[in-house]
Design a protein around this ligand. Structure first.
Ligand SMILES: Cc1cc2nc3c(=O)[nH]c(=O)nc-3n(C[C@H](O)[C@H](O)[C@H](O)COP(=O)(O)OP(=O)(O)OC[C@H]3O[C@@H](n4cnc5c(N)ncnc54)[C@H](O)[C@@H]3O)c2cc1C
Length: 299
């Protein structure tokens, strides 16, 4: 077995070109191997000491989150918590403090689970994923990156180097809500992220919804254009819930049946839109929204 610790992106890319697999926090890759799901790759390159991947930057165009930024660091960043709040809601729900301390946004995105908690927030926030190889750099829509449970369209010589988020206009709010049966060490039964932009009178100018754990990949809800110009009231959120439930294609497994998932994802979408609209109006709702609205069994 070969194990290299890269200190620059170029060094990591050279190792990937030679067939190595990247490992960041190892909370999917190493934990999965220990549980006997997939054996550890024979050739690994650790990327958690590559400084270039560890920063969160901002310019007029928006934010750049290095792929090696941990969930814990997302949560302590005022830009992420203040502006890109759905992402903070998602990061706050991941695993335990230990998992959030080493697990990274790049690892979450590239692991490609349909239950990933940063995925739906990234979709509604309009993120692009930066993929670099030794010879190319490209930006990919996350919905085109995820191709199935645990699979992506990235080539094996490509490293996810960053998640890019556009600057958000005024009166925009976002939120991510997930159904969970207990408050920690739980993956989403279902989840929904929403972004809402309002005009000065409180009418909807923009509304995006994405769903977690109800399809082979994170999915966007279509047909929200019909909600433009309306106020966020019960009629609108009923329509949101119906759109989400109709478009979901969940499976049944040990944790929940498909009919239960289809119904509850509508409930999560409704709550995400309500919370995003309140944030767009300037109401403070603590991160994560889940705790603020009492979802999840008490400790
Ligand atoms: C106890 C526990 C609880 C968890 N709870 C949750 C939860 O609630 N919600 C949730 O979404 N996840 C959860 N997870 C899963 C995991 O913690 C997250 O997906 C985490 O973000 C993975 O990041 P990582 O850096 O540890 O990835 P790693 O395990 O290092 O890598 C994961 C995969 O991505 C690849 N990879 C990593 N970084 C890159 C990169 N920059 N470019 C290209 N490929 C890359 C690796 O090769 C590997 O295939 C949990 C895990 C554990 C162990």
């Amino acid at each position: 077995m070969a194990f290299t610790i890269a200190t620059t992106v170029d060094e990591a890319l050279e190792r990937l070109a030679d067939g190595a697999r990247p490992v960041a926090g190892g909370t999917d890759l190493v934990v999965g191997a220990r549980q006997g799901k997939v054996p550890l790759p024979h050739d690994l390159v650790a990327i958690d000491r590559v400084d270039e991947l560890l920063t969160i930057g901002q310019d007029d165009h928006g934010a750049r989150i290095g792929a090696g930024v941990t969930h814990d660091r997302l949560l302590s960043n005022p830009l992420i918590v203040g502006d890109y709040t759905a992402l903070a809601d998602g990061a706050a729900l991941i695993g335990s403090p230990a998992t959030r301390h080493v697990g990274t946004i790049g690892g979450n995105v590239m692991n490609g689970s349909p239950a990933m908690d940063t995925g739906a927030p990234l979709v509604v926030l309009g993120a692009r994923i930066e993929l670099r190889s030794a010879t190319t750099t490209r930006l990919v829509d996350p919905l085109e990156l995820w191709t199935g449970p645990g699979t992506t369209s990235a080539r094996t010589d490509e490293l996810c180097t960053a998640c890019l988020l556009p600057a958000l206009p005024a009166r925009t709010g976002s939120a991510y809500v997930r159904l969970e049966f207990r408050r920690a060490m739980e993956i989403a039964v279902v989840g929904a992220a929403a972004l809402v932009r309002l005009d000065e009178s409180g009418s909807v100018l923009d509304l995006h919804i994405a769903l977690t754990a109800v399809a082979p990949t994170i999915m966007a809800v279509e047909g929200t254009e019909v909600l433009m110009g309306r106020t966020v009231d019960d009629n609108l959120t009923d329509q949101v819930a119906a759109l989400a439930s109709e478009q979901a294609s969940p499976i049944s497994d040990l944790r929940a049946g498909d009919r239960y998932r289809r119904h509850t994802v509508g409930v999560m979408a409704r709550r995400a839109v309500q919370a995003a609209a309140q944030r767009a109006q300037g109401t403070m709702i603590d991160v994560p929204v889940n705790r603020a609205i009492g979802i999840g069994a008490a400790r």
